[in-house]
Ligand binder design. Structure first.
Ligand SMILES: [Zn+2]
Length: 114
């Protein structure tokens, strides 16, 4: 599910000023960013004799699941915001990949210095 960092994303050299600039530039291009997941659901409504519900199609809705501290939360997402939200979540994953690389880079640099 997690894609590899595209080749044009350099591995930031964390412990130098250039590394900091590279990092900030990459993060800056990944805005807006978000963390969570979007799910499509089909829910029944409360209208009596609703055709969509009686035929089993029900009503399509989108839900954002995210964590607030340790608490799992959900929000309904207006359909016209779904694409933007998914794109922001993809950016958030790239930022997380970048942070993972930064941790590894800090350790590798310490090794090189020995
Ligand atoms: Zn209905």
């Amino acid at each position: 599910m997690y894609k590899r960092i595209p080749r044009n994303m350099k591995n930031p050299r964390m412990l130098t000023e250039k590394g900091r600039e590279d990092f900030l530039a990459q993060i800056g291009r990944l805005w807006p960013a978000a963390k969570g997941s979007v799910a499509e659901v089909h829910k029944p409504c409360v209208r009596e004799g609703c055709k969509a519900c009686m035929e089993g199609r029900k009503h399509r809705a989108f839900i954002l699941a995210y964590k607030d501290g340790g608490r799992r939360r959900c929000l309904y997402v207006p359909e016209e915001r779904v694409a933007a939200l998914r794109s922001a979540i993809a950016n958030g994953r790239r930022i997380e990949q970048l942070l993972s690389q930064c941790g590894a880079e800090i350790v590798k640099q310490a090794r090189r210095k020995r």
